[in-house]
Ligand binder design. Structure first.
Ligand code: SAM
Ligand code: DTB
Ligand code: SF4
Length: 324
């Protein structure tokens, strides 16, 4: 049963279960909704890097922090399509284009729609993450064929103000709602390891699991260390079992959503990743690069999946260019 009325007390009790009981519950639900040996693969490209007016305390791309990331202009559609072809050749099913914006400018919309159409015609699922969107911008991206939109809540409602001040969690949730109402699938999750309490991590998942509809995919990022950002001073390493517990809790609260083990895999052992897959994670980013930080090499991921007998899942939505 898909529930959207979870309470903090219920979620905290599940999170605190003995590890074997928690894993059994997560796996039972995982198997009821998904092939447990299948994994979804997405590839990221930063189509507009740095110089962002927002002050997110974890981000290398904010103009408020000295991180050494060089600001670039929006890439041309041809360059984006060349990267999408390479991503497809190395096994990606979805191509996610990210821009360091508070929100896109209307003058950029034609180019963005061209990118969506072009990537879709290659037979890839399309995803974008561009900041806040107006309902008109949602409609234009939807008409161009955008399948998914990523917009994270990042942390709990209580901790949010410690992380960003140029926008609120309500702003984030408004965009998520516009995207959902506009018929684009929602990808929404957050980050662990920014100095938040375990309770904040649970509250972040409860916030997602009590939306009118669960996000279609839930990225769980481990904070990727960035020199020069405010989060660096309060970041704390996440206990590996705490990560697995959060993945399991996401699987239990949102059983039909895809849970993506996102940033932070370069620092994880193969064994920890395998435990996360057992706990219900069923998506990863593939390719050597995330937006401005690294990701495991393609050969390493292929080797890990082969050793675990896992295969790439059939795409959730049929891209426009895919064979019938
Ligand atoms: N500007 C858009 C936005 O904020 O929605 C899109 C790009 S933004 C980089 C996408 C997401 O990446 C953030 O919401 C955050 O969850 C994640 N992220 C950014 N920096 C990160 C880091 N250093 N470690 C882990 N995740 C990070
Ligand atoms: C998400 O939740 N993680 C991705 C994607 N959505 C856009 C981004 C991770 C970024 C990691 C830091 C970087 O590479 O700059
Ligand atoms: Fe800008 Fe997004 Fe980075 Fe925040 S997370 S500073 S909005 S690019």
């Amino acid at each position: 049963m898909i529930r959207t009325n979870w309470t903090m007390a219920e979620a905290s009790a599940i999170y605190a279960l003995p590890f074997a009981d928690l894993m059994h519950r997560a796996q039972t639900l995982h198997r009821a909704h998904f092939d447990p040996n299948a994994i979804e693969t997405a590839s990221l490209l930063s189509i507009k890097t740095g110089g962002c007016p927002e002050d997110c305390g974890y981000c290398s791309q904010s103009a408020h922090h000295e991180t050494g990331v060089k600001a670039t202009k929006l890439m041309g559609a041809d360059e984006v399509l060349a990267a999408a072809r390479r991503a497809k050749a190395s096994g990606a099913q979805r191509f996610c284009m990210g821009a360091a914006w508070r929100s896109p400018k209307d003058r950029d919309m034609d180019k963005l729609c061209d990118m969506v159409r072009g990537v879709s015609d290659l037979g890839l699922e399309t995803c974008m993450t561009l900041g806040m969107l107006s309902p008109e911008q949602v409609a234009r991206l939807k008409a161009a064929g955008l399948d998914f939109y990523n917009h994270n809540i990042d942390t709990s409602p209580e901790y949010y103000a410690q992380i960003a001040t140029t926008r609120t969690m309500e702003d984030r949730l408004d965009t998520v709602e516009q995207v959902r109402k506009g018929g684009i699938k929602v990808c929404c999750g957050g980050i662990l390891g920014m100095g938040e309490a375990e309770e904040d991590r649970i509250a972040m998942l409860v916030t997602l699991a009590t939306l009118p509809a669960h996000p279609d995919s839930v990225p769980v990022n481990l904070w990727n260390e960035i020199e020069g950002v405010p989060v660096q001073a309060r970041a704390q390493a996440v206990d590996p079992f705490a990560l697995v517990r959060i993945v399991a809790l996401a699987r239990i609260l949102m059983p039909a959503s895809v849970v993506r083990l996102s940033a932070g895999r370069t620092g994880m052992s193969d064994e920890l990743q395998a435990l996360c897959f057992l706990a219900g994670a069923n998506s990863i980013f593939v390719g050597d690069q995330l937006l401005t930080t690294g990701n495991p090499a393609t050969w390493k991921d292929q080797d890990l999946l082969a050793r675990l007998g896992m295969h790439i899942a059939p795409a959730q939505v049929r891209p426009r260019g895919a064979a019938e």
